[in-house]
Design a protein around this ligand. Structure first.
Ligand SMILES: Nc1ncnc2c1ncn2[C@@H]1O[C@H](COP(=O)(O)OP(=O)(O)O)[C@@H](O)[C@H]1O
Ligand SMILES: [Mg+2]
Length: 388
Protein backbone atom coordinates (compact mmCIF):
# COMPACT_ATOMS: atom_id res chain seq x y z
CA UNK A 1 0.00 0.00 0.00
CA UNK A 2 0.99 3.60 -0.37
CA UNK A 3 -0.34 7.07 0.34
CA UNK A 4 -0.93 9.05 -2.85
CA UNK A 5 -2.04 12.28 -1.20
CA UNK A 6 -1.86 13.76 2.29
CA UNK A 7 -3.95 16.73 3.49
CA UNK A 8 -3.58 18.28 6.90
CA UNK A 9 -5.69 20.94 8.59
CA UNK A 10 -4.60 22.40 11.90
CA UNK A 11 -2.44 19.35 12.55
CA UNK A 12 0.64 20.28 14.65
CA UNK A 13 2.33 23.31 13.05
CA UNK A 14 0.28 23.17 9.81
CA UNK A 15 -2.78 25.42 9.35
CA UNK A 16 -3.25 23.62 6.05
CA UNK A 17 -1.03 21.67 3.68
CA UNK A 18 -1.54 19.44 0.64
CA UNK A 19 1.20 16.94 -0.25
CA UNK A 20 0.93 14.75 -3.36
CA UNK A 21 2.91 11.52 -2.92
CA UNK A 22 3.98 8.55 -4.97
CA UNK A 23 4.94 4.95 -4.42
CA UNK A 24 8.69 4.47 -3.87
CA UNK A 25 10.96 6.76 -1.92
CA UNK A 26 10.05 10.32 -0.91
CA UNK A 27 12.43 12.39 1.18
CA UNK A 28 11.45 15.47 3.21
CA UNK A 29 14.48 17.65 3.76
CA UNK A 30 14.70 20.75 5.92
CA UNK A 31 16.30 22.22 9.01
CA UNK A 32 15.13 21.17 12.46
CA UNK A 33 11.78 22.40 13.63
CA UNK A 34 10.43 23.05 10.13
CA UNK A 35 7.66 20.45 10.19
CA UNK A 36 9.13 17.30 8.60
CA UNK A 37 8.27 14.88 11.39
CA UNK A 38 4.81 16.43 11.69
CA UNK A 39 4.05 15.21 8.13
CA UNK A 40 5.07 11.60 8.68
CA UNK A 41 3.58 11.56 12.17
CA UNK A 42 0.20 12.34 10.57
CA UNK A 43 0.41 9.23 8.38
CA UNK A 44 1.55 7.11 11.29
CA UNK A 45 -1.36 8.45 13.37
CA UNK A 46 -3.84 7.23 10.75
CA UNK A 47 -2.54 3.69 11.14
CA UNK A 48 -2.95 3.27 14.90
CA UNK A 49 -4.74 6.46 15.98
CA UNK A 50 -1.74 7.09 18.16
CA UNK A 51 1.40 9.11 17.62
CA UNK A 52 4.86 7.64 17.92
CA UNK A 53 5.90 10.80 19.77
CA UNK A 54 3.19 11.59 22.32
CA UNK A 55 0.75 9.59 24.40
CA UNK A 56 -2.15 12.05 24.23
CA UNK A 57 -3.84 13.71 21.27
CA UNK A 58 -3.75 17.28 22.57
CA UNK A 59 -0.33 18.26 21.10
CA UNK A 60 -1.46 17.07 17.66
CA UNK A 61 -4.01 19.87 17.34
CA UNK A 62 -2.46 23.14 16.22
CA UNK A 63 -2.13 25.58 19.11
CA UNK A 64 -5.20 27.82 19.13
CA UNK A 65 -7.34 25.47 16.99
CA UNK A 66 -9.87 23.04 18.44
CA UNK A 67 -9.80 20.39 15.79
CA UNK A 68 -7.19 18.79 13.52
CA UNK A 69 -7.96 16.84 10.36
CA UNK A 70 -5.67 14.27 8.76
CA UNK A 71 -6.83 12.97 5.39
CA UNK A 72 -4.95 10.54 3.16
CA UNK A 73 -5.67 8.89 -0.16
CA UNK A 74 -4.44 5.34 0.23
CA UNK A 75 -3.82 3.04 -2.73
CA UNK A 76 -4.05 -0.68 -2.15
CA UNK A 77 -4.13 -3.27 -4.95
CA UNK A 78 -4.77 -0.47 -7.44
CA UNK A 79 -7.83 0.90 -5.61
CA UNK A 80 -7.86 4.23 -3.82
CA UNK A 81 -9.71 4.99 -0.59
CA UNK A 82 -9.77 8.27 1.31
CA UNK A 83 -9.18 7.82 5.02
CA UNK A 84 -9.82 10.68 7.36
CA UNK A 85 -9.61 11.33 11.05
CA UNK A 86 -10.81 14.38 12.90
CA UNK A 87 -8.90 14.92 16.14
CA UNK A 88 -10.97 16.91 18.61
CA UNK A 89 -9.43 18.56 21.63
CA UNK A 90 -11.35 17.26 24.64
CA UNK A 91 -14.06 15.46 22.62
CA UNK A 92 -14.29 12.11 20.84
CA UNK A 93 -12.45 11.83 17.55
CA UNK A 94 -14.26 10.93 14.35
CA UNK A 95 -13.20 8.81 11.40
CA UNK A 96 -14.42 8.65 7.82
CA UNK A 97 -13.76 6.45 4.84
CA UNK A 98 -14.55 7.97 1.45
CA UNK A 99 -16.31 10.74 3.38
CA UNK A 100 -18.77 8.41 5.14
CA UNK A 101 -18.50 8.40 8.93
CA UNK A 102 -17.45 5.16 10.63
CA UNK A 103 -19.64 4.02 13.55
CA UNK A 104 -16.53 3.69 15.72
CA UNK A 105 -13.37 5.71 15.22
CA UNK A 106 -11.38 2.63 16.20
CA UNK A 107 -12.52 0.88 13.01
CA UNK A 108 -9.94 2.96 11.16
CA UNK A 109 -7.06 1.22 12.95
CA UNK A 110 -4.95 -1.04 10.77
CA UNK A 111 -6.34 0.08 7.40
CA UNK A 112 -3.06 1.89 6.91
CA UNK A 113 -0.06 0.01 8.26
CA UNK A 114 3.14 1.83 9.05
CA UNK A 115 6.50 0.96 10.55
CA UNK A 116 8.38 3.93 11.94
CA UNK A 117 12.12 4.10 12.55
CA UNK A 118 13.13 7.07 14.67
CA UNK A 119 15.94 8.21 16.95
CA UNK A 120 13.70 7.30 19.91
CA UNK A 121 13.97 3.64 18.91
CA UNK A 122 17.03 3.29 21.08
CA UNK A 123 14.59 3.27 24.00
CA UNK A 124 13.34 -0.09 22.70
CA UNK A 125 16.64 -1.45 23.92
CA UNK A 126 17.65 0.94 26.69
CA UNK A 127 14.26 2.06 27.95
CA UNK A 128 11.70 0.65 30.38
CA UNK A 129 9.72 -2.55 29.85
CA UNK A 130 6.75 -0.34 28.96
CA UNK A 131 8.55 0.74 25.77
CA UNK A 132 8.92 -2.87 24.68
CA UNK A 133 5.37 -3.77 25.66
CA UNK A 134 4.16 -0.89 23.50
CA UNK A 135 6.26 -2.20 20.61
CA UNK A 136 4.61 -5.63 20.91
CA UNK A 137 1.09 -4.29 21.39
CA UNK A 138 1.29 -1.82 18.51
CA UNK A 139 2.44 -4.58 16.20
CA UNK A 140 -0.16 -7.02 17.43
CA UNK A 141 -2.90 -4.43 16.87
CA UNK A 142 -1.72 -3.69 13.34
CA UNK A 143 -1.95 -7.41 12.60
CA UNK A 144 -5.32 -7.88 14.34
CA UNK A 145 -7.06 -4.50 14.76
CA UNK A 146 -9.82 -5.86 17.02
CA UNK A 147 -7.14 -6.18 19.72
CA UNK A 148 -7.17 -2.38 20.05
CA UNK A 149 -10.49 -2.89 21.83
CA UNK A 150 -9.09 -5.68 24.00
CA UNK A 151 -6.17 -3.53 25.07
CA UNK A 152 -8.34 -0.58 25.99
CA UNK A 153 -10.67 -2.91 27.94
CA UNK A 154 -7.63 -4.16 29.82
CA UNK A 155 -6.48 -0.62 30.63
CA UNK A 156 -9.92 0.18 31.98
CA UNK A 157 -10.04 -2.95 34.16
CA UNK A 158 -6.59 -2.17 35.50
CA UNK A 159 -7.57 1.36 36.46
CA UNK A 160 -10.74 0.21 38.25
CA UNK A 161 -8.94 -2.61 39.98
CA UNK A 162 -6.14 -0.34 41.17
CA UNK A 163 -8.55 2.09 42.72
CA UNK A 164 -10.38 -0.79 44.39
CA UNK A 165 -7.09 -2.14 45.77
CA UNK A 166 -6.40 1.24 47.34
CA UNK A 167 -9.82 1.33 48.99
CA UNK A 168 -9.68 -2.30 50.11
CA UNK A 169 -6.15 -1.90 51.46
CA UNK A 170 -7.30 0.85 53.83
CA UNK A 171 -10.68 -0.63 54.77
CA UNK A 172 -11.25 -2.64 57.94
CA UNK A 173 -13.94 -5.06 59.14
CA UNK A 174 -17.04 -5.55 57.04
CA UNK A 175 -16.04 -2.78 54.64
CA UNK A 176 -12.92 -4.76 53.87
CA UNK A 177 -14.93 -7.96 53.40
CA UNK A 178 -17.16 -6.18 50.89
CA UNK A 179 -14.23 -4.71 49.02
CA UNK A 180 -12.54 -8.11 48.80
CA UNK A 181 -15.69 -9.67 47.37
CA UNK A 182 -15.78 -6.98 44.67
CA UNK A 183 -12.08 -7.51 44.08
CA UNK A 184 -12.71 -11.16 43.18
CA UNK A 185 -14.90 -9.95 40.30
CA UNK A 186 -12.16 -7.67 39.01
CA UNK A 187 -9.58 -10.44 39.40
CA UNK A 188 -11.68 -12.45 37.03
CA UNK A 189 -11.90 -9.63 34.45
CA UNK A 190 -8.18 -9.01 34.69
CA UNK A 191 -7.36 -12.69 34.26
CA UNK A 192 -9.72 -13.18 31.32
CA UNK A 193 -8.67 -10.13 29.32
CA UNK A 194 -5.06 -10.40 30.49
CA UNK A 195 -4.86 -14.00 29.27
CA UNK A 196 -6.01 -12.96 25.82
CA UNK A 197 -3.33 -10.26 25.62
CA UNK A 198 -0.73 -12.64 26.99
CA UNK A 199 -1.61 -15.36 24.48
CA UNK A 200 -1.43 -12.85 21.63
CA UNK A 201 1.91 -11.49 22.76
CA UNK A 202 3.39 -14.97 23.15
CA UNK A 203 2.41 -16.00 19.67
CA UNK A 204 3.62 -12.67 18.29
CA UNK A 205 7.04 -13.16 19.88
CA UNK A 206 7.21 -16.66 18.37
CA UNK A 207 6.37 -15.26 14.93
CA UNK A 208 8.82 -12.39 15.31
CA UNK A 209 11.78 -14.39 16.63
CA UNK A 210 13.21 -15.73 13.33
CA UNK A 211 12.87 -12.32 11.69
CA UNK A 212 14.80 -10.61 14.50
CA UNK A 213 17.74 -12.99 14.09
CA UNK A 214 17.77 -12.51 10.34
CA UNK A 215 17.49 -8.73 10.59
CA UNK A 216 20.27 -8.50 13.16
CA UNK A 217 22.54 -10.54 10.93
CA UNK A 218 21.96 -8.09 8.11
CA UNK A 219 22.36 -4.93 10.17
CA UNK A 220 25.37 -5.85 12.30
CA UNK A 221 28.57 -6.62 10.49
CA UNK A 222 29.91 -10.13 11.10
CA UNK A 223 26.92 -11.21 13.19
CA UNK A 224 25.10 -14.48 12.65
CA UNK A 225 21.36 -15.04 12.83
CA UNK A 226 21.62 -16.86 16.12
CA UNK A 227 23.25 -13.90 17.83
CA UNK A 228 20.10 -11.90 18.54
CA UNK A 229 17.42 -13.56 20.63
CA UNK A 230 14.11 -12.36 22.03
CA UNK A 231 12.15 -13.95 24.88
CA UNK A 232 8.89 -12.93 26.46
CA UNK A 233 9.03 -12.69 30.24
CA UNK A 234 5.77 -12.88 32.06
CA UNK A 235 5.09 -12.36 35.76
CA UNK A 236 3.22 -15.65 35.56
CA UNK A 237 6.59 -17.21 34.86
CA UNK A 238 6.16 -20.98 35.15
CA UNK A 239 3.75 -21.37 32.27
CA UNK A 240 5.70 -19.35 29.76
CA UNK A 241 9.22 -20.65 30.18
CA UNK A 242 11.03 -20.50 26.86
CA UNK A 243 11.73 -24.25 27.12
CA UNK A 244 7.99 -24.84 26.80
CA UNK A 245 7.49 -26.43 23.40
CA UNK A 246 3.79 -25.82 22.96
CA UNK A 247 2.25 -22.40 23.37
CA UNK A 248 0.06 -22.42 26.49
CA UNK A 249 -3.67 -22.09 25.90
CA UNK A 250 -5.56 -18.96 26.83
CA UNK A 251 -7.43 -20.92 29.52
CA UNK A 252 -4.21 -22.12 31.15
CA UNK A 253 -2.87 -18.57 31.10
CA UNK A 254 -6.08 -17.34 32.72
CA UNK A 255 -5.69 -19.88 35.49
CA UNK A 256 -2.04 -19.00 35.95
CA UNK A 257 -2.93 -15.32 36.32
CA UNK A 258 -5.66 -16.13 38.85
CA UNK A 259 -3.30 -18.31 40.86
CA UNK A 260 -0.63 -15.63 40.88
CA UNK A 261 -3.19 -12.98 41.85
CA UNK A 262 -4.18 -15.10 44.84
CA UNK A 263 -0.56 -15.57 45.82
CA UNK A 264 0.25 -11.84 45.59
CA UNK A 265 -2.97 -10.49 47.06
CA UNK A 266 -1.42 -9.28 50.30
CA UNK A 267 1.32 -7.40 48.42
CA UNK A 268 -1.24 -5.88 46.10
CA UNK A 269 -3.39 -4.65 48.99
CA UNK A 270 -0.36 -3.24 50.81
CA UNK A 271 0.85 -1.35 47.76
CA UNK A 272 -2.50 -0.50 46.20
CA UNK A 273 -1.51 -1.51 42.68
CA UNK A 274 -1.95 -4.53 40.43
CA UNK A 275 1.25 -6.55 40.40
CA UNK A 276 0.15 -9.41 38.16
CA UNK A 277 -0.80 -9.26 34.50
CA UNK A 278 0.61 -8.45 31.08
CA UNK A 279 1.15 -4.81 32.16
CA UNK A 280 4.06 -6.09 34.30
CA UNK A 281 5.73 -8.16 31.58
CA UNK A 282 8.77 -7.50 29.41
CA UNK A 283 10.36 -8.52 26.17
CA UNK A 284 13.90 -9.64 26.96
CA UNK A 285 16.65 -9.05 24.41
CA UNK A 286 19.81 -11.14 24.35
CA UNK A 287 22.94 -10.94 22.27
CA UNK A 288 25.59 -13.57 21.63
CA UNK A 289 28.82 -13.33 19.69
CA UNK A 290 29.13 -16.38 17.48
CA UNK A 291 28.35 -20.06 17.91
CA UNK A 292 28.58 -21.42 21.42
CA UNK A 293 29.20 -18.05 23.03
CA UNK A 294 27.08 -17.17 26.02
CA UNK A 295 24.19 -14.81 25.36
CA UNK A 296 24.04 -11.69 27.48
CA UNK A 297 21.20 -9.27 28.03
CA UNK A 298 21.43 -6.32 25.65
CA UNK A 299 20.51 -3.90 28.39
CA UNK A 300 23.59 -3.15 30.45
CA UNK A 301 25.99 -5.19 28.29
CA UNK A 302 25.71 -4.20 24.65
CA UNK A 303 27.75 -1.36 23.14
CA UNK A 304 26.02 1.70 21.72
CA UNK A 305 26.43 0.35 18.19
CA UNK A 306 25.09 -3.08 19.11
CA UNK A 307 22.13 -1.48 20.87
CA UNK A 308 21.32 0.47 17.73
CA UNK A 309 21.64 -2.64 15.60
CA UNK A 310 19.22 -4.45 17.88
CA UNK A 311 16.71 -1.62 17.81
CA UNK A 312 16.87 -1.52 14.01
CA UNK A 313 16.54 -5.31 13.90
CA UNK A 314 13.33 -5.14 15.95
CA UNK A 315 11.80 -2.59 13.60
CA UNK A 316 12.95 -4.45 10.49
CA UNK A 317 11.55 -7.67 11.91
CA UNK A 318 8.21 -5.93 12.48
CA UNK A 319 8.32 -4.74 8.89
CA UNK A 320 9.14 -8.21 7.53
CA UNK A 321 6.41 -9.83 9.59
CA UNK A 322 3.75 -7.36 8.40
CA UNK A 323 4.98 -7.85 4.87
CA UNK A 324 4.72 -11.64 5.24
CA UNK A 325 1.05 -11.12 6.23
CA UNK A 326 0.51 -10.03 2.65
CA UNK A 327 0.67 -6.27 2.30
CA UNK A 328 3.71 -3.99 2.31
CA UNK A 329 3.44 -1.53 5.18
CA UNK A 330 4.50 2.07 4.65
CA UNK A 331 8.00 2.60 5.96
CA UNK A 332 8.79 5.83 7.75
CA UNK A 333 12.43 6.67 8.47
CA UNK A 334 12.25 9.76 10.65
CA UNK A 335 15.61 11.45 11.05
CA UNK A 336 17.22 8.10 11.55
CA UNK A 337 20.20 8.21 9.19
CA UNK A 338 21.96 11.01 11.04
CA UNK A 339 22.09 8.69 14.08
CA UNK A 340 23.80 5.82 12.29
CA UNK A 341 27.40 5.19 11.28
CA UNK A 342 28.04 4.95 7.55
CA UNK A 343 27.97 1.16 7.41
CA UNK A 344 24.59 0.85 9.15
CA UNK A 345 23.24 3.68 6.99
CA UNK A 346 24.09 1.88 3.77
CA UNK A 347 22.79 -1.44 5.05
CA UNK A 348 19.48 -0.03 6.25
CA UNK A 349 19.02 1.90 3.00
CA UNK A 350 19.63 -1.21 0.90
CA UNK A 351 17.24 -3.26 2.98
CA UNK A 352 14.34 -0.87 2.61
CA UNK A 353 14.98 0.43 -0.90
CA UNK A 354 12.48 -1.97 -2.52
CA UNK A 355 9.61 -1.27 -0.09
CA UNK A 356 6.41 -0.11 -1.76
CA UNK A 357 6.61 3.29 -0.09
CA UNK A 358 9.38 4.79 1.99
CA UNK A 359 9.08 8.24 3.58
CA UNK A 360 12.36 9.67 4.80
CA UNK A 361 13.02 12.84 6.77
CA UNK A 362 16.48 14.40 7.05
CA UNK A 363 17.94 17.74 8.07
CA UNK A 364 20.40 17.87 5.15
CA UNK A 365 20.28 16.17 1.72
CA UNK A 366 23.56 14.31 2.46
CA UNK A 367 21.78 12.36 5.20
CA UNK A 368 19.58 10.62 2.63
CA UNK A 369 21.59 7.62 1.38
CA UNK A 370 22.11 7.28 -2.36
CA UNK A 371 20.26 3.96 -2.44
CA UNK A 372 17.14 5.94 -1.51
CA UNK A 373 16.96 8.19 -4.56
CA UNK A 374 13.41 9.34 -5.27
CA UNK A 375 11.08 12.30 -4.92
CA UNK A 376 12.28 15.20 -2.76
CA UNK A 377 10.43 17.85 -0.85
CA UNK A 378 11.89 20.83 0.94
CA UNK A 379 10.19 21.70 4.19
CA UNK A 380 10.68 25.25 5.40
CA UNK A 381 8.50 26.91 8.02
CA UNK A 382 5.54 24.74 7.18
CA UNK A 383 5.87 25.19 3.39
CA UNK A 384 6.29 21.88 1.60
CA UNK A 385 7.69 22.35 -1.90
CA UNK A 386 8.71 19.82 -4.51
CA UNK A 387 12.49 19.72 -5.10
CA UNK A 388 14.56 18.41 -7.99
N1 LIG B 1 0.25 21.58 18.34
C1 LIG B 1 1.14 22.40 17.77
N2 LIG B 1 0.78 23.65 17.38
C2 LIG B 1 1.66 24.47 16.78
N3 LIG B 1 2.92 24.15 16.50
C3 LIG B 1 3.35 22.92 16.85
C4 LIG B 1 2.48 21.98 17.48
N4 LIG B 1 3.17 20.85 17.71
C5 LIG B 1 4.41 21.06 17.24
N5 LIG B 1 4.53 22.30 16.71
C6 LIG B 1 5.71 22.90 16.10
O1 LIG B 1 6.17 22.06 15.07
C7 LIG B 1 7.58 22.24 14.97
C8 LIG B 1 8.27 20.90 14.97
O2 LIG B 1 7.99 20.26 13.81
P1 LIG B 1 8.70 18.89 13.47
O3 LIG B 1 7.93 18.30 12.37
O4 LIG B 1 8.92 18.09 14.68
O5 LIG B 1 10.10 19.44 12.96
P2 LIG B 1 11.25 18.69 12.19
O6 LIG B 1 11.30 19.34 10.84
O7 LIG B 1 12.49 18.97 12.97
O8 LIG B 1 10.92 17.24 12.13
C9 LIG B 1 8.05 23.00 16.16
O9 LIG B 1 8.35 24.29 15.74
C10 LIG B 1 6.86 22.96 17.09
O10 LIG B 1 6.80 24.11 17.87
MG1 LIG C 1 11.94 15.66 13.10
Amino acid sequence: MYVSHLSLHDFRSYPTVEVPLEAGVTAFVGRNGQGKTNLVEAIDYLSRLQSHRVASDAPLVRAGADQAVVRAAVVRDGRTATLEVEINAGRANKARINRSPLPRTRDLVGLVRTVVFSPEDLTLVKGDPSDRRRFLDDLMILRAPRLAGVRSDYDRVLKQRNSLLKTAGLARGSAREGALATLAVWDDHLATIGAEILAQRLSLVEALRPYVGKAYETVARGASRDDAEITYRSVVEPVVEPVETTTPTQESLREAILAELARRQKDELDRGISLVGPHRDDLLLFLGHGAGAERLPVKGYASHGESWSFALALRLAAYDLLRADGDDPILILDDVFAELDSQRRVQLAELVADAEQVLVTAAVPEDVPEALAGARYHVTAGEVTRGE
